[in-house]
Design a protein around this ligand. Structure first.
Ligand code: ZN
Length: 468
């Protein structure tokens, strides 16, 4: 035993250290006067090349666009891959008692089967927890934003999509799920990062020796997608008209000899745990009532890096091959002066997000900030008070509410230090018996007896009563 140890020690000190950084088979030294042929650098794995990468939050979210995907896949021969942010673990289950993590396993399997019926086999889940709510920043927190983005950028580089389809990054009256919005934010960030080799550089560093074990860099290549489109679960999607292409689902698939709405219903029917998707589709297929599925698929063009019209086909202007990295504008601090107020929370975030990501048309989509509320709901409205002066100030904030509304907190005199942003948290109780209607909440801010700013927020009451 001791002799063996001595031999090991002698070998360790006497033999030269291996040159691990030159370990590839193609890097064998040549003899004098000889030049070896290096092997071809392998191409990216063509099996994973996608034309469309769908990035959504929950298993069954893809059904929002299957009326279009059926056309793209079955008649346009487009290759599609999909990413789900969460496994849908808090979605409810009308089939069995499976809940929580078990339900997540069930729902991801439903989604894989549903997409497989469309020939879509490349499906990933980021593993974020289902986070019911409306503030996108809560989902970004619970999903572990950095991890979710790291995974998504990798999958964009692996699948090299021409087009990304995702939820609308905006705050709307409707389902307005914060997970949906988080998928939109992460998809947009990944669109702008995947082509940048300094973003997650470990993903684009080639391995020392790809056929050996334990390579710790990923060997992918940067990839710049060409277009990003959004779709919305707003209560009414009329505001999307003219902002992107619209696809009729009553057209007939030439390859399947069926209308696209029926193909969409067949795909949705795999999500049987879900009352409002799988069961709805099953019922439609049984009864022949496809009213829900006959709605057109409306897309919003977020941005395009190729020529074409806003309402042109998704693949208009797209030719095969890589395009150069196109950096987004990036965040620029605004030039505020004096004392001012604005809606905080997701509304303030999106204003800066759209600018930072060169989504110039997004600010025009919903001109007055809006939200839907349930009857009797406690409504939290964050307000930012900006003091861009060199002196401490006091700002009196007061609300004007429609009949039936009650303020729980918010009206106050706020002390704001020089160059500080004070996040005021105001809370109201919505009317308990309102019918679905549009109302407006107003705020006025005064300092030293002068009005320094006003805010309006359009509120749609009784959103549960809104037509679906
Ligand atoms: Zn969803």
């Amino acid at each position: 035993m001791r002799n063996t140890l001595m031999l090991v020690l002698i070998l360790f000190f006497v033999l030269p250290a291996p040159r691990v950084w030159a370990a590839g088979a193609a890097i064998q030294s040549a003899g004098p006067g000889q030049i070896h042929e290096a092997e071809q650098n392998p191409e990216p794995d063509a099996r994973f090349k996608a034309d469309i990468l769908v990035i959504v939050a929950h298993p069954d979210d893809e059904t929002m666009v299957t009326g279009y995907l059926a056309r793209a896949i079955f008649d346009g021969q487009k290759r599609v891959a999909a990413i789900f942010g969460t496994p849908g673990n808090s979605g409810g289950d009308v089939v069995s008692n499976a809940q929580a993590a078990a339900l997540g396993d069930v729902r991801i399997t439903e989604a894989r089967e549903a997409l497989a019926s469309f020939g879509v086999l490349h499906v990933w889940c980021l593993g974020g927890p289902d986070t019911p709510g409306e503030d996108v920043r809560r989902s970004l927190e619970t999903w572990n934003h950095g991890n979710a983005l790291w995974q998504t950028v990798r999958l964009v580089r692996l699948t090299r999509p021409e087009v990304i389809l995702t939820w609308l990054p905006d705050f709307v009256v409707g389902e307005n799920h914060d997970d949906h919005q988080a998928a939109a934010v992460i998809a947009t960030e990944a669109f702008d990062m995947a082509g940048d080799p300094t973003a997650f550089p470990e993903q684009v560093a080639p391995p020392d020796n790809r056929t050996a074990v334990s390579n710790l860099t990923e060997g992918l290549q940067p990839w710049q997608p060409k277009k990003i489109y959004y779709f919305s679960d707003a209560a009414s999607t009329d505001f999307l008209i003219g902002k992107g292409p619209e696809y009729n689902t009553t057209d007939i698939s030439l390859s399947k000899n069926l209308p696209y709405y029926k193909l969409a219903a067949q795909e949705m029917a795999y999500h049987l745990t879900q009352d409002d998707t799988g069961q709805l589709a099953k019922h439609a297929l049984e009864t022949g009532d496809f009213t829900y599925f006959k709605q057109p698929v409306r897309l919003v063009l977020g941005k395009s890096l190729v020529a074409g019209d806003i309402t042109g086909d998704v693949f208009e202007g797209i030719t095969s091959g890589a395009i150069p990295y196109a950096p987004a504008r990036g965040y620029r601090a605004g030039a505020r002066k004096g004392i001012s107020v604005e809606l905080g929370g997701p509304w303030a975030y999106y204003q800066e997000f759209w600018q930072a990501h060169s989504l110039d048309r997004m600010a025009e989509l919903i001109k007055t900030p809006e939200m839907g509320v349930d009857n009797g709901e406690q409504v939290h409205v964050p307000i930012l008070i900006h003091n861009d002066t060199d002196e401490a100030v006091e700002v009196v904030l007061a609300s004007t509410l429609p009949p039936g509304w009650k303020e729980l907190r918010g009206t106050a005199r706020y002390p704001v230090r020089p160059h500080e942003v004070y996040p005021a948290q105001t809370v109201y109780e919505a009317p308990t018996t309102a019918k679905p209607e549009s109302q407006t909440l107003h705020w006025k801010a005064e300092s030293r007896g002068a009005v320094v700013g006003t805010i309006a927020l359009r509120v749609v009451t009784d959103r549960q009563g809104l037509p679906q």
